[in-house]
Design a protein around this ligand. Structure first.
Ligand code: HEC
Length: 152
């Protein structure tokens, strides 16, 4: 029972690239592995959107842990690398500029995962790379991503 409540809480935000997050009442998601799309409350979610949502959720947990004084050890690089190939809602956005920004993000993400010392700084630099791409390709979640920054 607890588990299903948790899952619903995780999908409670629906983002769109063009509008700020709205607070939809969301029913359980269903996935269609063949097209790489999932349906959440009647809205189609691309493979890339689902991956981004996971990145957001994981980075929120990382932020909270660092804020509590923990040294964080994560191992998401291989999974996050899929931003280079995952099917997007608007495939025309996945151009050379996108790919260049994806590489820059992944480089900084790798640096963050390899840093045990100044994790706050490495985390914020990595987040800056989320923002650079979002400002150009998907402004909707910018405000939410900004809130993930850690105040040193
Ligand atoms: C190289 C570009 C790029 C980078 C880097 C990037 N994003 Fe995204 N993000 C996108 C695009 C494009 C979409 C739209 C995906 C779609 O709808 O298919 C998106 C969608 C999202 C969404 C909305 C997901 C949804 O439910 O619709 C969130 C939240 C998000 N990104 C957070 C992040 C976070 C956090 C980071 C960094 C840890 C990040 N993004 C890094 C391009 C990027």
């Amino acid at each position: 029972m607890k588990k299903s409540i948790f899952i619903i809480a995780l999908v409670a935000f629906i983002w769109s690239c063009n509008q700020h997050q709205d607070n939809a009442n969301v029913s359980k998601p269903s996935a269609d592995p063949e097209s790489g799309m999932a349906i959440i409350n009647g809205v189609e979610r691309s493979e890339l959107a689902l991956l981004m949502r996971k990145m957001y959720d994981e980075m929120k947990l990382v932020k909270d842990s660092i804020n509590r004084g923990y040294t964080v050890k994560t191992d998401f690089y291989d999974e996050f690398k899929r931003i280079q190939t995952a099917h997007a809602t608007e495939p025309e956005k996945i151009d050379d500029t996108y790919q260049a920004m994806a590489v820059a993000f992944l480089d900084n993400y790798a640096s963050f995962e390899q840093t045990a010392e100044n994790q706050t700084e490495a985390f914020n630099i990595m987040l800056q790379n989320c923002l650079v791409c979002h400002q150009q390709k998907c402004p909707g979640p910018v405000k939410a991503i900004n809130k993930l920054k850690i105040r040193p």
